[in-house]
Design a binder for this molecule. Structure first.
Ligand SMILES: *Cc1c(COP(=O)(O)O)cnc(C)c1O
Length: 472
């Protein structure tokens, strides 16, 4: 073309746009840059090629619109990387929990013990999931878990499945379908995430019969409501709230006696499932499955990832007569746990056999047992690692067990309060959330608060590096 249109000076300097467009690198050349190699190391080649092509097209459009100068190859690759990262929602990432909420449902509830991680690694290949090593034949699925649950709770029989909601669905489907379930009006609760007791009863094919009033339900209210269709008395632990004031409820032993007398089953949805006595570390008492079994409950349901401190799971313990129909129920097949969760659950239950070991090794319990001195020292070490322009003050904070457990108990804690001149707390909090690893704290009083209750000592340098990288 240039031969037809004029002299050399026109080609060199007369049309900078055309030469900039011609100078745009080809996708093939971009693929050879070290920046693209980094992308290729973590993403499939076709996706990287597509993004590079799109980034070159965008750079061409910018040049034609007069936006900016000629882009470097590195900046085009960076643009492609941005397109790739914003194309999909972020995947599961590590989060450093600085909220002070131990069983934070949105952050995955209980962090697992090192022993549970080790067990997951061992089971991740082939494992004797349903196989008897002694005889080389097919066997029951993870029988050790049922034996451990029986030993820990004093129950005759046990079953493990996906979560406590699934456990309640199975229990009511197997024990009450076509019949009536008596529940106190004070216990018709929603646990969160749309888990409502009346809905689960209906889904289980049973009819809900409300007894008593919102604030007072007596044994006589249950007794008066029993009909020939009644199958189950359901007692629900008010996990995520407390009733205070003019209240009354029937206790488990008297409900158990009533159930026996009338040929009914007493089922308790305990939820939080504390396996250890939390009073031993200065926290309020949370009823244990062993308490419920001793009080005469036929079936107790609880979660694996609340105060048990294990993987997501729903556990049922109770009498052989009550558990047997659930073991045979077709729903169990649909609700069963995978081998990785079973491995983590078994390892966690083994730790609970020794209370001292449980409080030392199960992270959620270890956190609940922390002393004020530990928290202050951790906050001080975090604050000492931060430097201008970040200012860090040590302030009093409040931690919570979370996950609908110990609802009425605020736990005194310590936080590091962050400010950076010229930046709002909301902006700082967002930058920390988007950092890798993400740091999730709270915003309060115009500052970002990092509660150290839910951080491990080993997390402190990681959090400090993340704060400095994200905020400076
Ligand atoms: C948390 C809770 C549930 C739900 O447990 P998941 O394991 O999350 O399904 C059910 N009932 C009670 C009383 C709870 O506290």
């Amino acid at each position: 073309m240039h031969g037809m249109h004029g002299g050399p000076e026109q080609e060199d300097s007369g049309d900078p746009l055309a030469s900039a467009l011609r100078a745009l690198p080809q996708v093939q050349r971009l693929l050879e840059t070290p920046e693209a190699a980094a992308l290729l190391a973590r993403l499939p080649r076709p996706a990287v090629v597509d993004a590079l092509r799109a980034a070159v097209d965008a750079a061409r459009a910018d040049l034609q619109a007069g936006i900016g100068g000629p882009p470097s190859p590195a900046s085009i690759v960076a643009r492609a990387a941005q397109m790739l990262d914003s194309a999909d929602p972020p995947g599961l990432r590590r989060v450093l929990n600085a909220t002070g909420i131990v069983l934070h449902t949105n952050l995955g509830r209980a962090p697992l013990a090192a022993e549970a991680l080790q067990a997951i690694a061992e089971a991740s290949g082939y494992a004797n999931l349903e196989y008897v090593l002694e005889t080389g034949t097919r066997g029951p699925r993870a029988p050790a878990i049922e034996a451990l649950l029986c030993r820990l709770t004093g129950a005759q029989a046990a079953l493990a499945m996906n979560n406590c909601a699934a456990a309640m669905l199975l229990a009511l489907s197997a024990l009450a379908a076509g019949g009536e379930v008596l529940v106190s009006r004070g216990e018709l609760i929603e646990i969160g995430g749309g888990f409502r007791i009346p809905d689960v009863i209906q889904q289980g094919g049973a009819r809900l019969v409300e007894v008593g009033t919102t604030n007072k339900t007596r044994l006589g209210d249950y007794a008066a409501a029993v009909t020939p269709a009644t199958r189950v008395i359901l007692k629900v632990h008010p996990s995520n709230y407390r009733m205070v004031g003019f209240t009354a409820e029937a206790d488990l032993p008297s409900l158990a006696a009533l159930a026996r007398e009338r040929g009914l089953l007493l089922v308790q949805d305990l939820g939080s499932g504390a396996m250890q006595d939390l009073r031993s570390v200065g926290r309020p008492h949370e009823p244990t499955p062993a308490d419920s079994i001793a009080a005469g409950a036929d079936v107790v349901a609880f979660s694996g990832d609340k105060l048990l401190g294990g993987p997501q799971a729903g556990l049922l313990v109770g009498s052989e007569a009550a558990i047997a129909p659930m073991r045979r129920h077709p729903l169990l097949r649909a609700l069963r746990l995978d081998k990785l969760s079973l491995a983590a659950l078994e390892a966690t239950l083994r730790l609970h056999q020794d209370p001292a070991r449980a409080f030392a090794r199960v992270p959620a319990l270890h956190m609940l047992a922390q002393s004020d001195a530990t928290l202050h020292a951790r906050a001080q070490r975090l604050a000492d690692r931060l430097r201008p322009p970040v200012t860090a003050d040590i302030v009093a904070s409040t931690a919570y067990a979370g996950g609908g457990t110990l609802p009425a108990s605020d736990i005194p804690s310590v936080a590091v309060a962050l400010t950076v001149p010229g930046a709002s707390a909301d902006d700082l909090a967002r930058r920390l959330r988007l950092h890798r690893p993400a740091v999730v704290g709270r915003v309060g009083g115009g500052r970002v608060l990092l509660d150290v209750f839910t951080l491990d000592d080993a997390d402190v340098p990681v959090v400090a590096d993340a704060v400095l990288a994200a905020l400076t």
